[in-house]
Design a protein around this ligand. Structure first.
Ligand code: URA
Length: 441
């Protein structure tokens, strides 16, 4: 058996690790014989030197086998999940899980917390008072069978190696790395027991993959590894050059998701991109799960289940089943936000031509809405409201971004950074398409 230092050195020197070496290292991470500083050094070595397809498969298998695998065979219906590679304002899962369930799928969704500058579904769900994101295996399976979807974080039984490495990556600048992302996502998704998977691979200045080339390469690796591991998977490349929807911050994103689920009028105006992406991903899930014959039928079904209130009904059932406070979600306007707010207004007239989305995600972390170190507690009430999207025409003095903070001392120094994150120009620029391409096996 190799010492951890030897395995780290081999990867550091750019050599290909054997299956057994990766397995032993990951077993050491789970069992505690590999210290956090050694795991961090290994992550950095992988970040810098990469991994071959064989190594990535070995890492995914080792992480999967670090814990148990759920057996969902007693739950009737086709189980299809969705996972995003991470963005700013990406609250799709909150709407999509109940929507896909309302369309006839079973959605076993195991999600993560915020990672780097990107938000996490679990942190958003925790903005619902009382909502239990720590379901046991039995609770997860019962909720899935009863409601049609279940949303939980990893327990210590599921991919404990990923849980540890995920937290370390978040604070060691090793997030944006294809083999690490692939192993992290697929190990969790296979362990949760889903039968098929749709991936939302984000690309742009707010994504981990900044270029289409990198995002395509991530999508292809995810699909290749998933195929080797017998999980039918497809990916959609979607744009992240601006936050999704009109908000970033856990409570405010919950509020926006409820508005979409409840079909509130302003959702069509302010959350059009969020709604469109959710419908598209739902159609992909329905086609992959063979509930509908094609994407057009899937889109039609998803639209109708959102419009007739079925998705909202499933969301309410999910919240009730997982112990959340129903009163808190009935009236989204009443969801409490941080007490201090400031509006950044346009200093000149023109068009919104650029949003530095990663910077906006980092501002949210500074406000207390994300973590700088793994043990940080998140404040769900802080956040950002984006009054304008890319391409919008704006007049001097009109609101661009509202920032919600706990106090002025935290708020004031960030307003300049907000201003620098949004560029206004007299000349209009083309707006990138939201849905860029679909990648199938
Ligand atoms: N989501 C995950 O679960 N892991 C990653 O590494 C990135 C996004």
């Amino acid at each position: 058996m190799n010492s951890p230092a030897w395995t780290i050195q081999k990867k550091r020197d750019g050599k290909e690790l054997e299956h057994k070496e990766i397995l032993e290292f990951i077993q050491g991470v789970t069992g505690g014989s590999v210290a956090d500083y050694q795991a961090s050094a290994f992550l950095m070595a992988v970040y810098l030197k990469g991994m071959s397809l064989n190594e990535t498969v070995a890492l995914t298998e080792a992480m999967l086998n670090s814990g148990v695998r759920y057996d969902l065979s007693k739950v009737t219906g086709i189980k299809v999940d969705k996972h995003s590679t991470g963005g700013v304002g990406d609250k799709v899962s909150l709407i999509l899980a109940p929507l896909a369930a309302a369309c006839g799928l079973k959605v076993p969704m195991m999600s993560g917390r915020g990672l780097g500058h990107s938000g996490g579904t679990i942190d958003k769900l925790e903005a619902i008072p009382g909502f239990n994101i720590h379901l046991t295996r039995e609770q997860f399976i019962e909720t899935l069978a009863r409601v049609g979807c279940a949303m939980t974080s990893q327990t210590s039984l599921i991919c404990p190696a990923d849980k540890k490495l995920y937290a370390l990556r978040d604070v060691t600048a090793t997030v944006e790395c294809i083999p690490l992302i692939v192993a992290s996502i697929l190990s969790k998704k296979i362990a949760e027991g889903t039968e098929a998977l749709v991936l939302d691979v984000k690309v742009g200045n707010g994504a981990f993959m900044k270029s289409s080339k990198q995002a395509r390469s991530l999508a292809k690796t995810l699909i290749q590894v998933a195929k080797i591991m017998n999980l039918p998977t497809r990916a959609v490349l979607t744009n992240m050059d601006q936050p999704l929807g009109y908000s970033a911050g856990n409570a405010i994103e919950l509020k926006e998701s409820i508005e979409v689920l409840k079909n509130e009028k302003q959702a069509d105006l302010c959350s059009a991109d969020l709604k469109e992406l959710t419908i598209q991903l739902c159609a992909q899930m329905l086609e992959l799960g063979k509930v509908t014959r094609n994407l057009t039928e899937g889109r039609r079904l998803a639209h109708s289940r959102l419009a007739d209130g079925s998705a909202w009904k499933v969301f309410r059932e999910l919240v009730r089943e997982q112990g959340g406070n129903l009163e808190a979600i009935e009236n989204p306007q009443a969801i409490p936000l941080a007490p201090q707010k400031k509006v950044y207004t346009a200093k000149k007239s023109g068009y919104i031509v650029k949003m530095n989305t990663e910077s906006l995600g980092r501002i949210l972390i500074e406000l207390g809405g994300g973590r700088k170190v793994a043990s940080d507690q998140i404040d769900p009430t802080v956040g950002l409201v984006f009054h304008q999207k890319l391409g919008a025409k704006i007049k001097v003095g009109e609101p661009v971004v509202t920032v919600y903070a706990r106090n002025d001392a935290e708020l004031d120094p960030l307003m300049e950074r907000v201003a620098q994150s949004v560029q206004i120009s007299a000349a209009k620029k083309p707006v990138p398409k939201l849905i860029l391409e679909q990648i199938k096996d």
